[in-house]
Design a protein around this ligand. Structure first.
Ligand SMILES: Cc1ncc(COP(=O)(O)O)c(C=O)c1O
Length: 367
């Protein structure tokens, strides 16, 4: 059966050029920490990748730390800012990815007060609420750049400004932003990324840190002591290559993704006028379209579509055989019934218009 992959927010296929590059660098086996010539060659390549990445992100290479994924990056930031502290408060939005909200809850069990900023019906944080929540004991504000569930873009520049004025470090989980929206890191203290979300390899990520952090992983002192463990060099090189291609063709890519998403939404709404697109009228990633369907649970729809060859994702979890409404949609003011019926379709650079048309046809056949 033919398969159509519209779950690019979960992970993406390697771009053909990245795949080719990765195959070439698989023979680079030296340990960048070794003092001999083989190690030195690897070290040079590692530093070129760091300079390249920093240049693309417009940041100082000294602030770039390679790691394994965004989950590691998010944990590093949250635990790294808290250090040994057992007092103070941490502010996150109510729609964060679990790799931010779960470590935040661990800190809450340790005595740090967890405060959640309200979001509106589109999942956008309420800036007045944020200002109200920040006080002299706030250790960190963490708000994602782009929602992995709805594609909503957060007002990162305004949040950075508020945090700057109040002297509070600001972290943004920018996993879903790369290649989808113009990235602005001015005023951002920490940002986290993951290679496999932008057509790079899995198992490699990147942390931008412009303020001190206590490391999460201790050992050989790699990454200037911030992240011990032998670097995943070929992963890092291939991620850097993917980033380069994504930035080089940014406008073309965004317009391509927008065309796919808009074609999908327009034809879907024509076929199913009762369907609702979350965050349709606010700044949104061109790669994500979350639909609340008029019937069935999101969970059932994902399973039925998978049987037909269409891969997508549902934000509702299943616990003890019962489907639970998406908690973020509830926080955004949707009813429990609506929050059960959401399905996310996410587009990548390797999808085609023809696939989108076929996807809509398959969805239509369920209703
Ligand atoms: C917004 C966001 N943050 C963090 C992550 C975690 O990324 P990784 O699985 O690469 O650690 C994801 C992955 O879905 C994500 O979408």
């Amino acid at each position: 059966m033919r398969r159509i992959y519209l779950d690019n927010a979960a992970t993406t296929l390697l771009l053909p050029e990245v795949r080719e590059f990765l195959c070439k660098v698989l023979d680079v086996f030296g340990n960048p920490s070794s003092v001999h010539a083989v190690g030195e060659e690897s070290r040079e390549l590692l530093e070129i990748a760091r300079e390249n990445t920093a240049g693309l992100l417009g940041v100082d290479p000294e602030c770039v730390f390679f790691n394994s994924c965004a989950t590691e990056g998010n944990n590093t930031v949250i635990f790294g800012v808290a250090g040994e502290r057992r007092k103070g408060n941490l502010i996150i939005s109510s729609v964060e990815h679990k790799s931010v909200s779960k470590p935040a809850h661990v800190l809450a069990r340790r005595g740090i007060e967890l405060r959640e900023v309200r979001v509106d019906r589109n999942g956008v944080v309420d800036l007045e609420d944020l200002e109200r929540l920040i006080d002299g004991d706030t250790i960190l504000v963490s708000v994602m750049y782009v929602s992995n569930e709805f594609g909503t873009v957060q007002p990162v520049e305004e949040i950075a400004k508020i945090c700057g004025e109040k002297g509070v470090p600001f972290h943004t989980d920018a996993v879903q932003a790369i290649g989808k929206v113009e990235l602005r890191l001015e005023g951002v203290s920490f940002a986290t990324f993951s290679g496999h979300k932008f057509h790079g390899p899995k198992g490699v990520g990147l942390l931008y840190a412009s303020a001190p952090l206590k490391p999460l992983i201790h050992g050989g002192g790699q990454e200037r002591g911030m992240r011990s463990g032998t670097e995943n060099l070929y992963g890092i090189l291939a991620m850097s290559k993917a980033l380069e291609i994504i930035f080089e063709r940014f406008e073309e890519n965004v317009s391509r993704l927008e065309t796919l998403r808009d074609r999908f939404e327009d034809t879907l709404l024509e076929a199913l006028p009762d369907a609702v697109i979350v965050g349709k009228n606010v700044p949104r990633s061109p790669a994500i379209s979350t639909v609340i369907f008029p019937k069935f649970t999101g969970w059932d729809i994902v399973r039925m579509l998978s049987e037909k060859g269409l891969m997508c994702s549902s934000g509702s979890a299943c616990s003890s055989g019962e489907v639970i409404p998406n908690p973020h949609l509830l926080a955004m003011g949707y009813s429990p019934e609506e929050a059960l019926r959401a399905v996310r379709f996410s587009f990548g650079l390797l999808n085609t218009e023809e696939e989108v048309d076929e996807a809509v046809r398959l969805i239509r056949s369920l209703f």
